[in-house]
Design a binder for this molecule. Structure first.
Ligand SMILES: Nc1nc2c([nH]c(=O)n2[C@H]2C[C@H](O)[C@@H](COP(=O)(O)OP(=O)(O)OP(=O)(O)O)O2)c(=O)[nH]1
Length: 168
């Protein structure tokens, strides 16, 4: 429930939609995408998308990675959950997974262009504004819950709580 410009009661909050993100991290690189359509088109992100009826977040994360990059991520690990409230009333939760390996060869699709990126060269200025607040901690091995208020693409507030291995 939105109770003011930036005040959200997260204890009673329910998302309108559920989505996923999955990052393959292997050999000092992270597999990112340039997203070609949908929410966040033009941005750099991980593969992901909204859950289909009956799917678990992990199933959706694997399906979206196959659809967007034609690879099958192996052994996905849950690393966190993003909670987004937009001022226009839209709300979304997003489960974040990391896979240490994959099967296949990443390919460009109508939805995404694969971009292998060194872990020390992640282009946060081309990503959603919240990502710099949690992706470094995820790469460091952390697990988190993140709470964000957005006005369109403009992040108004952020609160990241580390559950495990908080970054130094
Ligand atoms: N890294 C990051 N990802 C985000 C943020 N906000 C946000 O929606 N996403 C992700 C979650 C989803 O993976 C994706 C939005 O879903 P989508 O539009 O790709 O969903 P979809 O594939 O079901 O789309 P469609 O085919 O139905 O159009 O963007 C954010 O702030 N940071």
């Amino acid at each position: 429930m939105v109770t003011g410009t930036m005040n959200v009661d997260w204890t009673t909050w329910e998302p309108k939609e559920r989505a996923t993100l999955l990052f393959v991290i292997k050999d000092g690189q992270i597999l990112l995408i340039r997203k070609k359509r949908g929410l966040g088109a033009g941005k750099i992100n991980g593969p992901g998308g909204r859950l289909e009826p009956g799917e678990t977040p992990e199933e959706a994360a694997v399906r979206e990675t196959i659809e967007e990059l034609r690879i099958t991520p192996l052994s996905p690990e849950w690393r966190g959950r993003l909670h987004f409230q937009f001022l226009d009333g839209y709300s979304l939760t997003c489960s974040v997974f990391v896979s240490p390996d994959y099967r296949g060869i990443p390919m460009e699709t109508p939805e995404a262009l694969p971009i292998w990126t060194p872990l020390d060269a992640i282009p946060y200025d081309e990503m959603w504004a919240d990502d710099a607040h949690w992706l470094p901690g995820v790469i460091a091995g952390g697990e988190f819950e993140g709470y964000f208020v957005f006005d369109g693409e403009n992040m108004l507030s952020h609160d990241v709580r580390w559950l495990k291995n908080p970054p130094l």
